[in-house]
Design a protein around this ligand. Structure first.
Ligand code: MEV
Length: 444
């Protein structure tokens, strides 16, 4: 079904009507359902509608919290937005485990953002290189108006380099720039400056007497920030004497540590495992990035590229057992903001930041990376001991019991009954039927 031109100009109600009438067999019911997710306050709904285009309704996701996160000695209650069961429980378990062992430590390695003007030019490279110091001065001077505010906050343009990439593509060059954007993620700031750089570059080359007539034309391909920010990096870690890891159902502390170490090494060597291993880290990272109104696609893109920086996709986390100390760490590049964009517009993103004590971007970066590390620790701990399904199945059982409207007593009995049994929808239904018809266990 093709929409008429001008669809985007229709009111929300008319768009919704068009969709339900053309794509659903029961339009009235679907319209009612979609509308039931509208916010009861028109004013609030307008805010959500304006985040995107052609909005019909809101798509709900759970907003939960993981308490007891100790980061550099301070305790946080971390907001997480995620649809996958067990993620918040695992993050909380990881946080609690390390709370009793000194908590998480994190430091900022650097906060540089980056972007490029990609252009082609056919002339003598040496000439362009020789006038580049003048061009660089102009680029900085003539964007002063755009950078003035950021400079007041301690940020701005850090450096600009000319890159000769003609060995890759004929006539291909870059202006490769780095930026400090303080508490904002800085996407708009960087893109505006890069587009200005492109204009200045064109004029500079067209007017400079060093260039012959046939060298005066620069063709701008694009000017855009890079989401790969390897120098916007956090290092997070946990450590304790191996013996303080405690005993596990399956292992003592030392054999647990050894298995854990091997699990991380496997994710270093094996791409299949590395992908799942890192996905576990992103379970935690994305949930906090989303809760605080940041760009999870940018964070994902950057993290995965970083994981492949050696030429092979590998584990983002690492572990060492030197001097009888278990040390588990995560170096993670992450560009997030605590001002600007959705962070100030989404009412729940604002509350998330408030819950975290209105952190600076640097502090938020540290918290997020610690959550990623906690998530990875909790996943590996389960994997090398009980197996992941043990925890998942407990959640699965709860979901089935809720679905079947189990009472509190039925839930307690079922939890006991399925402790060492395989959980399936049918098994739980049959068990509930048996106790419901038997009537005995179900009486308080
Ligand atoms: C599931 O969402 C994430 C895990 O698969 C991560 C891992 O295997 O490390 C449990």
């Amino acid at each position: 079904m093709k929409s008429d031109s001008g669809f985007s100009k229709l009111s929300k109600r008319r768009k919704l009507r068009w969709v339900v009438e053309n794509f659903f067999r029961n339009p009235e019911e679907v319209a009612r359902e979609l509308k039931s997710f509208w916010h009861h306050s028109e004013e609030k709904q307008k805010i959500f509608d304006e985040f995107s285009e052609n909005t019909l309704t809101n798509y709900y996701l759970p907003f939960g919290i993981a308490p007891n996160f100790v980061v550099n000695g301070e305790t946080f209650c971390v907001p997480m937005v995620i649809e996958e069961s067990s993620v918040v429980a695992a993050a909380s378990a990881g946080a609690k485990f390390w709370m009793d062992r000194g908590g998480f430590k994190a430091e900022i390695v650097d906060t540089q953002k980056a972007g490029q003007v990609h252009f082609t030019w056919s002339g003598k490279t040496e000439k362009l290189k020789s006038v580049f110091p003048d061009l660089k001065e102009k680029l900085i001077e003539e964007t002063n108006q755009l950078t003035a505010n950021m400079q007041k906050r301690g940020g701005g343009i850090l450096d600009i380099q000319l890159k000769d990439l003609t060995s890759l593509e004929p006539g291909y060059f870059q202006l490769d720039a780095t930026f400090e954007t303080c508490d904002s993620m800085g996407a708009n700031f960087i893109n505006s400056i890069l587009e200005e750089f492109a204009k200045i570059l064109k004029i500079f080359v067209a007017k400079h007497p060093i260039f012959d007539d046939e060298e005066k034309e620069v063709s701008i391909i694009m000017a855009i920030l890079s989401n790969y920010t390897p120098n916007c990096l956090v290092r997070a870690w946990v450590e304790c004497p191996i013996k303080d890891l405690g005993d596990f159902d399956t292992d003592d502390a030392r054999s647990f540590a050894k298995k854990f170490e091997l699990a991380v090494k496997i994710a270093e060597h094996d791409v299949s495992r590395a992908t799942t291993h890192n996905k576990g880290i992103f379970n935690g990272i994305d949930a906090v990035v989303l809760a605080t109104g940041n760009d999870f696609r940018a964070v994902e893109g950057c993290g995965h590229t970083y994981a492949a920086r050696s030429g092979q996709y590998r584990s983002l986390s690492s572990v060492s057992l030197d001097n009888d100390t278990f040390r588990f760490s995560l170096d993670f590049p992450i560009s997030v903001g605590t001002v600007g964009g959705l962070t100030n517009l989404h009412p729940l993103a604002k509350r998330s930041l408030e819950l975290l004590g209105n952190p600076s971007a640097k502090d938020l970066m540290k918290i997020i990376v610690c959550v990623g590390l906690a998530q990875n620790f909790a996943a590996l701990r389960s994997l090398v001991t009980t197996g992941i399904q043990f925890g998942h199945m407990k959640m699965h059982l709860m979901n089935i019991l809720i679905h079947m409207n189990a009472t509190e007593l039925e839930t307690a009995n079922a939890t006991q009954h399925f402790k060492n049994k395989i959980i399936s929808f049918t098994a739980v239904r049959e068990y509930l039927e048996s106790i419901r018809t038997g009537g005995l266990v179900n009486k308080p």
